[in-house]
Ligand binder design. Structure first.
Ligand code: CU
Length: 335
């Protein structure tokens, strides 16, 4: 179901929750999304699929800040500081030149903020810290296509990011991406610094974070989740992966085992795509758009891994699988 269809259904009262409302039927290009009502599925794995942006050109996003229990590895619970109740937070997708309004609502017990890398805007106003119970609204026009990090910028920033306060925003080029894609996914790399468990919850280890000594390095918030739940594509698909590295401190050397990227748009730069590359580093706080194909008769049905090729980090959980078609189970790699 397209998001446009959802909008119509929401107004008709058929599909509650996901999208609040359009303004009127005469201004169908306005979209209001409440991430308090639309939470990204995180079981059995964080839903990495992304849908095309709607036809709207005026978009409002309500983003609640909450402290929630999250699972950062199998059986390892952690107190996440979140945008929208999940780590990472929800995927925001807009188009270059849209009018974007952000409403940030602090429902947590401490001060937080939000910093949009896709916005050219005075940080002292839009990105300032708000107290528990307060909210802030600001507007911007995303002018630069790409996929960008959004994070809490309240000091100590290291602590707020290590606790999970980040999400990706995709800014589509005004006329769309140059190449066709059959499937699109978002992958956010980040690391956790978890100490001893107390009362079933792993504790925050800020000293380990200060030394960048991660306990887990993960894709979309949980170690190894896409080994058991691979990203699903069909043979012949051209696939686009929006990669953000939230850090807070480690780099991502993004690579797909068994594939070569035919195009990589570093920070969405359309003028100089990389072509025919194996691994591209995404720095902490950066993003890049990766495209590859699983062509029939060439690199078709089977299983491919996506990793950070910095393998000390991959061994801490930053490994996932892409399943192309329906390979024989015997051909699945062991974990
Ligand atoms: Cu924060």
């Amino acid at each position: 179901m397209s998001r446009t269809t959802l909008l119509v259904l929401a107004v008709a009262g058929v599909a509650g929750g996901a999208v609040l409302a359009t303004v009127t039927t005469r201004t169908p290009r306005t979209e209001v999304v409440d991430f308090g009502a639309r939470r990204t599925a995180t079981t059995p794995a964080f839903d990495a699929r992304v849908q095309p942006a709607s036809a709207a050109n005026e978009r409002t996003f309500r983003i609640p800040i909450t402290h929630d229990t999250i699972e950062i590895a199998d059986g390892t619970k952690y107190e996440g500081w979140t945008f929208g109740g999940t780590v990472p937070g929800p995927v925001i997708r807009v188009r270059q030149g849209d009018h974007v309004k952000v409403v940030l609502v602090n429902q947590s017990p401490m001060g937080h903020s939000i910093d949009f890398h896709a916005a050219r805007i005075p940080m002292n106003q839009a990105f300032r810290t708000i107290n528990p119970g307060d909210s802030i609204m600001f507007e911007f026009e995303p002018r630069d296509p790409g996929v960008y990090m959004v994070h809490c910028g309240t000091p100590p920033v290291l602590m707020h990011i290590m606790q999970g306060m980040y999400l990706p925003i995709i800014v589509d080029p005004r006329d769309g991406w140059p190449g066709h894609a059959d499937k699109e996914f978002v992958v956010v790399q980040s690391e956790f610094y978890a100490g001893e468990a107390q009362h079933g919850m792993a504790a925050m280890d800020f000293d380990a974070a200060m030394h960048a000594n991660a306990s887990y390095v993960v894709f979309n918030g949980r170690a190894n989740q896409y080994k058991e739940n691979p990203l699903q594509v069909d043979e012949g698909d051209r696939v686009r992966i929006f990669v953000v590295n939230a850090g807070p401190s480690l780099r991502s050397d993004f690579h797909v085992v068994g594939a070569i990227f035919d195009r990589v748009y570093v920070d969405g730069n359309l003028d100089r795509p990389l072509q025919g590359v194996q691994t591209v580093t995404v720095p902490a706080g950066g993003g890049a758009v990766f495209e590859t194909s699983f062509e029939r008769g060439l690199s078709g049905t089977g299983v491919y891994a996506f990793v950070t090729h910095s393998f000390a980090d991959a061994s801490k959980g930053a490994v996932g699988l892409i399943q192309v078609g329906h390979p024989q189970l015997a051909s699945m790699p062991s974990h």
